[in-house]
Design a protein around this ligand. Structure first.
Ligand code: NZQ
Ligand code: ZN
Length: 394
């Protein structure tokens, strides 16, 4: 097991009464001027907007609303939010929504307190030194932004989607009420579950050894999400399944499944971010469309790891004479599983055309200047082949 540092700076309030319990306590610890950040309006349909506004008013907070944050949130929207936050002397952001709202709030938080152009942080030209404090009320189990140190923003010019990782942006508290996710459309539920599985798998497929505890947590997460995503397809109001998936969202991306490893792979995420930037697809759907092609391309770099996955996650008996057969069966099963919950398994389903593939690979390899360093290093040519394989899948 490799050395690691693990900290949990985000306080989690989980369950049906979480919002009141959390805000009654936490609002005492934050400033007077609060930005309430949210998306396209789903929070007004499930009652959480009214509940939060009441609690903010009871706490005598001055509220400035910042709404209309879109999926794959844009740099322009972040700039707009930062301007409003500065004009209103905002000192705390309450993000109510999913990854897009929370990520935008983190970016606004960077923009307000660091000065200069916030895109520099996503372009890796500068490192943020601090961030305005944020708290979040999660309404979709997916990106894991509620506990992660990441945020991902798309610059309209060039349709470039980039992430920035820094511990300074971690939420002070996260409110996780599974009931809030019952209004999700099935596609968003599935896309979220695909993302959660991928945050676990990106870390799981690494070249480290001797990490039984971390592997067991990861395998448990994958099996749990696999089971409950299927239940949610027919029982969207199933509280227990919503709860399992919601907690998995946070655990899959708060770092616990990476402890003691070399950090994992992340190639599928990096390839998906190019898709999200260019095609504005749901993030988890983009991951599902690429993953099996990536897996088939790289698995030979560590056969034993993939056999462990085939056995422990998919329950396959290992064919020691033909181990590759076992692994390919497991990859097929994961791919079919994604299809069974309504996820795409190929790029055409996302509107990608054959002529787009080279641009995707060029952008992902930063014009052939970077390789994706992970489980197996991937240069431009490799990335292009994986996009082509994913395109051929449909
Ligand atoms: O905008 P509203 O009306 O709220 O609708 C949203 C949106 O259309 C809807 N929704 C959310 N909660 C709902 C609901 N609809 C009905 N009922 C509810 N309870 O769902 C749609 C998707 O929301 P979004 O926030 O975009 O989803 P997600 O959480 O999947 O976030 C995706 C973004 O997060 C980034 C992705 O790249 C993408 O930009 N990621 C962020 C990460 C991080 N910060 O750690 C890591 C991830 O790997 C990912 O890259
Ligand atoms: Zn993700």
């Amino acid at each position: 097991m490799k050395d690691f540092i693990f900290s949990y700076p985000t306080k989690v309030y989980f369950g049906k009464g979480a919002c009141k319990k959390a805000l009654d306590t936490e609002l005492k610890n934050v400033g007077q001027n609060i930005m309430l950040a949210y998306g396209g309006g789903s929070i007004k349909k499930n009652g959480i907007y009214d509940e939060i506004m009441t609690l903010l008013s009871l706490a005598n907070k001055k509220v400035v609303e910042f709404s209309g944050i879109m999926s794959n949130p844009t740099y322009k929207k972040v700039q707009e939010g930062a301007k409003i936050a500065k004009e209103n002397n905002v000192d705390f952001i309450l993000a109510v929504g999913g990854g897009s709202v929370i990520d935008s709030s983190k970016a606004i938080g960077y923009g307000v307190v660091n000065g200069g152009d916030v895109w520099d942080f996503y372009d890796r030209k500068r490192t943020p030194q601090s961030c305005m404090p944020i708290g979040c009320v999660l309404t979709i189990a997916a990106a894991g932004s509620e506990m992660s140190n990441s945020s991902v923003i798309t610059k309209e010019e060039g349709l470039i989607k980039r992430g920035c990782n820094s511990d300074v942006c971690r939420a002070k508290f996260a409110i996780l009420n599974p009931e809030l996710t019952m209004t999700l459309p099935p596609y968003q539920t599935s896309s979220g579950c695909a993302d959660i599985m991928m945050h676990t798998m990106e870390r799981y497929f690494n070249q480290s050894e001797n990490m039984d505890i971390t592997d067991s947590i990861a395998e448990g997460l994958m099996k749990t999400v696999k089971k409950h995503a299927v239940i949610l397809m027919t029982e969207p109001d199933n509280y227990e399944s919503r709860a399992e998936v919601m907690w998995a969202s946070s655990l899959s991306h708060n770092g616990i499944t990476g402890c003691g490893t070399d950090g994992g792979d992340w190639a599928t995420h990096k390839m998906e971010h190019e898709l999200g930037g260019m095609f504005d697809c749901a993030h988890g759907a983009g991951l599902a469309a690429i993953w099996a092609s990536w897996a088939r391309y790289v698995y030979k770099a560590n056969i034993n790891r993939w056999l462990q996955y085939a056995s422990n996650v998919w329950g396959l008996d290992i064919d020691f004479e033909h181990p590759e057969k076992t692994i390919e069966t497991a990859i097929d099963m994961q791919e079919q599983y994604y299809a069974s919950i309504g996820m795409p398994i190929g790029l055409k389903e996302l509107g990608v055309k054959e002529e787009d593939l080279a641009k995707l690979a060029l952008d992902c390899s930063r014009n052939k200047t970077r390789s994706l360093i992970g489980y197996k290093p991937l240069a431009y040519e490799d990335i292009l082949v994986i996009y082509q394989m994913a395109y051929e899948r449909g």
